[in-house]
Design a protein around this ligand. Structure first.
Ligand code: SF4
Ligand code: SF4
Length: 287
């Protein structure tokens, strides 16, 4: 099984939605969170969202990220409605009570994956490890495609063995994903040493994906990102506006030649299923 999807799950396009930068955690290595504030967090306008998606005639993967997407007050009803036609997926720290509700109300066949980020220091300092454990196993038992990743923060290299042993013994195997950001005056992930790559067991293709200037990317073609206010953009680095999720948007006729030196969210790498749908002939005769 691919991590992104099961073989029988098919979709035409992907919207990666940063619902809000608000988060209930405060990880040292985080580059984008703000403190939760219930009075300012937006709900999803489910009716207009579904209308906009319907107008495109496509089946979508809507992936929810943030911040913490389960902070959104109506996230469960939004998923219930979206999942009647489309697919959803999540990047989550997995500790909010809404995760349990999600497991009970949403059909796992319409959920491509749940990327359960393992932020061990925060789980321990907030006394939430038990919640993470319970929610992970609840989703697993209910047939959701859930997998766990931790951030390969260079400072944490000494903790790898302890964490691997503990998580394996609890039935939650995990891998490390490259850290994207500054550490010791260096901008990761490119400066990882061979020793760090080996210790964290990092994939070199994954590291290279964060720096793709000049490469072909399906960003804007069959994948795009969405801002908290619903603006649809080519990707988080190329801020070309394609429309709004509550009104109208349209993908471009051709994919993007990546103009960015750095990319924190390489859409062509994170959804290889859609990237493989690029037809090079179509792409270059149209450009
Ligand atoms: S859980 Fe994610 S969004 Fe929240 S503080 Fe940690 S890294 Fe940032
Ligand atoms: S910055 Fe990333 S997502 Fe955007 S075009 Fe380049 S590789 Fe693709």
């Amino acid at each position: 099984m691919e991590r992104v999807r099961n073989k029988n799950q098919h979709y035409d396009a992907w919207l990666h939605w940063n619902l809000s930068s608000q988060c209930n955690f405060d990880c040292d290595y985080c580059f984008g969170k703000t403190t939760p504030n219930v009075s300012t967090i937006n709900s999803i306008d489910i009716e207009n969202l579904l209308k906009t998606l319907g107008k495109t005639g496509k089946i979508f993967r809507i992936s929810f990220t943030g911040g913490e997407p389960f902070l959104i007050p109506n996230i469960i009803s939004a998923c219930e409605t979206i999942a009647k036609v489309h697919y959803v997926s999540f990047n989550t720290n997995l500790v909010l009570d809404r995760v349990k509700e999600f497991a009970e109300r949403i059909n796992p066949a319409r959920v491509l994956n749940i990327h359960a980020s393992l932020h061990y220091d925060e789980l321990m300092s907030k006394n939430l490890f038990g919640k993470y454990y319970d929610n992970y196993h609840l989703l697993k038992e209910n047939a959701f495609n859930i997998y766990t990743e931790a951030v390969a923060y260079p400072l944490d290299i000494e903790k790898i063995t302890h964490l691997k042993t503990k998580m394996n013994s609890l039935g939650i195997p995990f891998t490390y994903a490259p850290y994207y950001g500054s550490y010791n005056n260096k901008f990761y992930p490119l400066p990882y040493s061979d020793g760090e790559i080996s210790a964290f067991n990092l994939n070199k293709n994954h590291i290279a994906a964060y720096s793709q200037k000049g490469a072909i990317c399906n960003a804007g073609f069959n994948a795009a990102v969405v801002s908290p206010r619903g603006n649809v953009l080519t990707c988080f680095s190329v801020n070309e506006r394609l429309g709004n999720i509550y009104n109208d948007f349209a993908f471009k006729e051709t994919p993007t030649i990546c103009p960015a030196k750095k990319c924190g969210c390489p859409l062509n790498f994170y959804d290889s299923y859609l990237y493989r749908k690029l037809d090079d002939k179509t792409v270059f005769t149209q450009s």
